[in-house]
Write a protein that binds this ligand. Structure first.
Ligand code: ADP
Ligand code: ZN
Length: 517
């Protein structure tokens, strides 16, 4: 069967994506490859399709024991003879699987790397007895001390390459900076591997980073502006997961906690509810999300800085997997570096500590950068992004913005003077000094009455809309379109900062100062 036929017959997909086809062809030609593909790009197909075409067995090495069963179940459902071997199974079960493998009934076998050489019955002995056509090393960055998730048991895989000289090896990973990439090839002893590097850009994700002062109020605003969206909020500790979930519930949000300290049943139930859209928000430690296939996650919030860019990229990558807009919001403070530095120092591997500290420094620079976040991220993964993205907080600040400070202040004060009890229509009437009966005598005495006469109602409407979109105004009562100020707006007013908004450059905005790009 040809690769495309396998894809159609077993998976029901019509065409390959990105580098999938080229990778599969290279594997079928018997050449070692390294594939770097972002999460969700479809790495599994790259070894599952060849496995169905090649004679003999394909071995898949993965550290994610918890996910093996799901993956194998999914394959069996597609009619692919797959199995897994790991420490969660009892001896008789493991023996049964081994028998099946030796009898040639299994095409794809998933194992954790420690199974290869460990225990009384090291798996390599059995592998010598079968026709091993392909070894796929998933999460291949785990082999490198330069990576963010080094696992010593991966080092043995270099030996495996030597023991099976005529087998093809395919290494796959979703995150690896330049140093780690080279290291993967060296440590796995790959034979002149062919590289396939997909773009890591996730154009539909908006990146925003904010200082953690008033983080909870900012978070509440963020969530209110997106009343129908579902998302993940990552916290550093179990305690802060619990606290944040409680506070969100107390503020009327549909949120549940998720961390390793919860009872297994509770944890699983919470995860289910989130996946089935029965609750909107899951507040979690980073234990949550590995292998969760929920495509309509609209936002990922970090209430603390992640340890490194790789983790940040992987975690934020869970937003917008369906291709629709997604948002990544990160709160950081200077204390984060110290806390995370201490966590890293608790390791007794000095080289690891040095590498992780340098990664932490890069993470801090990412938070503090004045350059396009996407450009920074992609450069870190070795890509030259060229232009600025126009879809991150830095680009928003820099983009062609109009200084509407005085008008924004007028509109916001009108909202406040009206006790945050009216919609945009009424606010505009007051600003423009309307004589309509709806405007009360008392409102006519307000200092804001008529101060916006020189601008059209259309202009004020547009400005109000833009203040809503950019997070300064809130309109969260579904029944009555009443405006109120967000904490972001209060902060800006207090600090007397300028309001630079992306106003469409129509006639009614002319005369206002356009800031340069
Ligand atoms: P990764 O391991 O790279 O995160 P997966 O292998 O889990 O990604 O694939 C992500 C999703 O994309 C899965 O639901 C998979 O079935 C789907 N997928 C993979 N390849 C294709 C394709 N060629 N066409 C359509 N969907 C695909
Ligand atoms: Zn940008």
């Amino acid at each position: 069967m040809k690769p495309l036929d396998v894809l159609k017959n077993f998976y029901g997909y019509h065409s390959f994506r990105g580098h999938q086809e080229a990778i599969i062809q290279t594997v079928l030609d018997g050449k070692d490859c390294i594939a770097l593909m972002p999460t969700g790009a479809g790495k599994s197909v790259c070894f599952q399709v060849p496995a169905m075409i090649l004679p003999g067995l394909t071995l898949v090495l993965s550290p994610l024991i918890a996910l093996m069963k799901d993956q194998v179940d999914a394959m069996n459902q597609l009619g692919i003879p797959a199995a897994f071997l790991n420490s969660s199974q009892d001896i008789s079960e493991q023996r049964y699987i081994s028998g099946q493998v030796l009898a040639g009934h299994i095409k794809i076998l998933y194992v954790a790397p420690e199974k290869l050489y460990g225990g009384n019955y090291p798996l390599v002995d059995m592998l010598q007895k079968v026709e091993l056509s392909l070894v796929a090393v998933d999460e291949a960055h785990c082999v490198s001390q330069w990576g963010h998730d080094f696992r010593p048991e991966y080092l043995k895989l270099g030996q495996l390459r030597k023991s099976f000289p005529s087998t093809t090896f395919l290494a796959l990973t979703a995150t690896a900076d330049r140093d780690t990439r080279k290291d993967i090839a060296d440590r796995l002893n790959l034979q002149r591997p062919q590289w396939f590097i997909s773009s890591f850009d996730r154009p539909n994700i908006t990146y925003r980073i904010s200082l953690r002062s008033d983080a909870f109020a900012k978070l509440v605003d963020f969530l209110r502006i997106r009343p129908n969206d579902s998302g993940i909020i990552y916290c550093l500790s179990r305690k802060s997961v619990e606290e944040t979930a409680d506070r969100l519930c107390a503020n009327g949000f549909s949120a549940v906690p998720y961390h390793a300290g919860l009872e297994r049943d509770v944890r699983q139930a919470n995860q289910e509810k989130f996946i089935k859209d029965e609750i909107r928000i899951i507040v979690a430690t980073i234990a949550f999300g590995m292998g969760i296939d929920k495509s309509n996650v609209r936002f990922v919030v970090h209430t603390n800085m992640p340890q490194n860019i790789e983790s940040y990229y992987q975690e934020t990558g869970r937003a917008g997997r369906d291709g629709l807009p997604g948002e990544a919001l990160l709160f950081y403070s200077f204390g984060d570096k110290i806390t995370l530095g201490r966590m890293i120092e608790s390791s007794d591997n000095p080289e690891y500590v040095r590498n992780m500290k340098s990664k932490l420094d890069t993470m801090v620079r990412f938070c503090q950068t004045k350059k396009c976040r996407r450009k920074f991220l992609l450069q870190y993964f070795g890509e030259d992004y060229g232009e600025e993205c126009g879809n991150c907080d830095i680009c928003f600040q820099k983009g062609s913005k109009t200084d509407v400070t005085i008008y924004a202040q007028m509109l916001l004060s009108a909202v406040v003077r009206l006790d945050q009890k009216f919609g945009i229509g009424h606010v505009i009437m007051v600003l423009r000094g309307s004589q309509a009966a709806k405007v009360t005598e008392q409102q006519k005495l307000l200092s804001v009455y008529g101060i916006g006469k020189d601008k059209s109602a259309e202009f004020w409407k547009l400005l109000g809309h833009q203040l809503l979109v950019e997070g300064y105004l809130l309109q969260d009562d579904p029944l009555r379109p009443v405006l109120s100020l967000t904490s972001l707006a209060w902060e800006k007013l207090k600090k007397k900062e300028k309001f630079l908004l992306s106003m469409p450059n129509d006639d009614f905005t002319s005369g206002m100062q356009q800031t340069e790009k």
